[in-house]
Design a protein around this ligand. Structure first.
Ligand code: C2E
Ligand code: MG
Ligand code: MG
Ligand code: MG
Length: 291
């Protein structure tokens, strides 16, 4: 059902292509300035441990605070940015921002990781590995704290090139996750050959699992496959308690979705009461009163 809706949307966009294009062209032209002028924002969505509900990490999701159009979601401009080099600058900005934010959270006592989405074009760009290495070292992030989410299509575009890049990214201290898994066409052989730490099972399977035994079976099979290949499994798009219980029972390690939290600005991720107890610094001794 989810796919049907998305396909309809795609058709509608294609049919309105003539009008959409002039508009899209304008947005596309405004993008580089938007990055430079600080109009981009990153919202963060929690990833929670299936067993304990503890927040393990945050996924960085870009938004554009457009001066006249308001807050735009990534669907409105990421595909446009992907048509040119603009996506590289955008991704590097998100990477720097999310890595710095993660370091700030960790310094405040939140032991969290952060995940950044990387488009196929960006995965193929020679500057990515250095940008990732810099984000990790500049912010003093421990190995495995930064995760890069890539889609199956990125791996298909150039499997050998992708394998080399993924290995270099892990060498630099990043984890690699395959996003929206199950919607693309990754061959099982490719999965075996790639250096991948995590599979994120696409929302369409997760949403359907409580009603459709076939979808629940797919989730279980993907979990088993991933675990046998020593990968972690994230279930994305968990919208209610029933789905959370089911995918947890099916073996997912990490859950993400509106049931737990929506993407929000960094300052709204942790409520002030959330700050873990830290030792209260000893009172600074004042001058000893002389009697
Ligand atoms: P994604 O990486 O698969 O991210 C998950 C998307 O699903 C997010 O949408 C999130 O808000 C949404 N979501 C999370 N939980 C639920 C739920 O329970 N139900 C439903 N219906 N949706 C849920 P968002 O933020 O609109 O991002 C859409 C896509 O845009 C992302 O999909 C990702 O592919 C892309 N994107 C976002 N930020 C970036 C970025 O910085 N760089 C690149 N290259 N792509 C990005
Ligand atoms: Mg993602
Ligand atoms: Mg995803
Ligand atoms: Mg998705």
């Amino acid at each position: 059902a989810v796919h049907a809706v998305e396909d309809q949307h795609r058709v509608a966009v294609a049919e309105g292509a003539a009008t959409v294009d002039a508009d899209a062209l304008r947005l596309h032209a405004e993008l580089p300035a938007a990055v430079q002028e600080g109009q981009l924002r990153v919202h963060y969505q929690r990833l929670v441990a299936a067993g304990t509900g503890r927040t393990l990490g945050l996924e960085a999701l870009v938004r554009w605070q457009h001066p006249t159009r308001g807050l735009l979601g990534p669907c409105a401009f990421v595909p446009l940015a992907e048509r040119s080099h603009a996506i590289v600058g955008l991704t590097h900005w998100v990477l720097r921002t999310a890595a710095a934010q993660c370091a700030a959270w960790r310094a405040a006592g939140h032991e969290v990781s952060v995940a950044v989405n990387v488009s196929p074009v960006v995965l193929g760009d020679p500057s990515l590995v250095n940008a990732v290495r810099r984000a990790i070292t500049t912010n003093g992030l421990a190995p495995g704290v930064l995760t890069l989410e890539v889609t199956e299509s990125a791996l298909l575009l150039d499997p050998e090139g992708a394998a080399t890049v993924l290995a270099a990214l892990r060498e630099a201290g990043a984890r690699v996750s395959i996003d929206d898994f199950g919607t693309g066409y990754t061959s099982l052989t490719m999965l075996r050959q790639l250096a991948v730490d995590e599979l994120k099972i696409d929302r369409s399977f997760v949403v359907a699992a409580p009603q459709a035994p076939a979808d629940a079976a797919i989730v279980r099979a993907l979990v088993d496959l991933a675990h046998r290949l020593s990968m972690h499994v994230v279930a994305e798009g968990v919208e209610d308690a029933r789905t959370a219980d089911l995918v947890r029972d099916l073996g997912a390690d990490v859950l993400q979705g509106y049931h737990f939290a929506r993407p929000v600005p960094a300052e709204e991720v942790f409520a002030p009461a959330d700050v873990p107890a830290r030792p209260v610094p000893a009172a600074v001794p004042t001058a000893v009163p002389t009697a």
